[in-house]
Design a protein around this ligand. Structure first.
Ligand code: CP
Ligand code: NVA
Length: 306
């Protein structure tokens, strides 16, 4: 049966740890992996903008000996010019894998079901699993181990928050999520995380109090208040989310030496101040770099020789 990479929930704990271990090895010794995807081609479907995801998937394919082809929203007009299913049935005739960034999570599920080649989730409205894998890999590099660390997420209970919860559960971390009322993570994902964290030290706190979340945290994470597709809500969200800004005062409640994390792009002066994102505690560009290393492993596992 072909494998996809759509949610961290679907990974076994073994597979999750294997991705992190292989990323350490590949990052240390990239030459060894220079032809693992020789002659393989990845189609990259983007229905939303991107810098990091586009760059890291394309550079990753080139570094592994393969190639990537970018399909812009206006090219394929998924769902209007052609159905999701027909796109899946065409692409499998030409390429070896599909990466997709889209809106509704049902779209990636439909695509994966319609095609015989692996499908990789490069962000949906619900999840951003490649981001969370890179984020935990970054923390692992900095701290040496993940189990027992406390990650605080402050802001919108969005796709990034969801994937971080699932990753923290697999890693046996403690996670606290602080959102304004009405913007909490989805119940379905909270349930998945609790299920995945069973048998580990995973603890999940969902609160409306940013100080409670950040207190004693090893890392403080935030993301934009209005995600791609929510631009119309931008102004109202700015008002609702302003008490959740990661600034000097809030950050001072974390452990001394805590890391600041953000998936980027950041809206400086909104969810985070320049002072914090540009501080020595900030590891946002390490996170961005590690998107490349983690995704190379994910692509090798799905598209390489078994
Ligand atoms: N973090 C992230 O996915 O960035 P892009 O939207 O630029 O791809
Ligand atoms: N939550 C953000 C993440 C961007 C990488 C969005 O979906 O726009």
């Amino acid at each position: 049966m072909k494998k996809d990479f759509i949610t961290i929930h679907e990974l076994s704990r073994y597979e999750f740890n294997e991705i992190l271990d292989l990323t350490t090895k590949m990052k240390k010794n990239p030459e060894k992996y220079r032809s693992v995807l020789k002659d393989k081609i990845l189609a990259m479907i983007f229905q939303k903008p991107s810098l990091r995801t586009r760059m890291t998937f394309e550079v990753g394919m080139l570094q592994l000996g393969g190639e990537a082809i970018y399909l812009a929203p206006s090219d394929i007009q998924m769902g209007s010019r052609e159905s999701v299913r027909d796109i899946g049935k065409n692409l499998e005739r030409w390429v070896d894998g599909i990466m997709i960034r889209t809106f509704g999570h049902h779209i990636i599920i439909e695509l994966a079901e319609s095609t015989r080649i692996p499908v990789i989730n490069a962000l949906t409205d619900l999840l951003h699993p490649c981001q969370a894998m890179a984020d935990l890999f970054t923390l692992l590099e900095k701290k040496g181990s993940l189990a027992g660390l406390k990650l605080a997420y402050v802001g919108d209970g969005n796709n990034v928050a969801h994937s971080l919860m699932l990753a923290a559960a697999k890693a046996g971390m403690k996670m606290a999520v602080a959102t304004p009322p009405g913007y909490e993570p989805k119940k379905e994902i909270i349930d998945w995380a609790r299920e995945d964290g069973q048998g580990t030290d995973f603890e999940l706190t969902i609160t409306h109090d940013p100080v409670e979340a950040v207190s004693e945290a090893d890392a403080v994470y935030t993301d934009v208040w209005a995600s791609m597709g929510q631009e119309a809500e931008k102004e109202i969200r700015k008002k609702i989310f302003s008490p959740y800004q990661v600034n000097r005062e809030l950050f001072s409640k974390a452990k001394p030496g805590a890391y600041f994390m953000h998936c980027l792009p950041a809206h400086r002066g909104e969810e985070v101040t320049d002072e914090i994102i540009d501080s020595p505690n900030s590891i946002v560009y390490d996170q961005a770099e590690n998107r490349l290393h983690v995704q190379k492993v994910i692509m090798m596992n799905l598209m390489g020789k078994k």
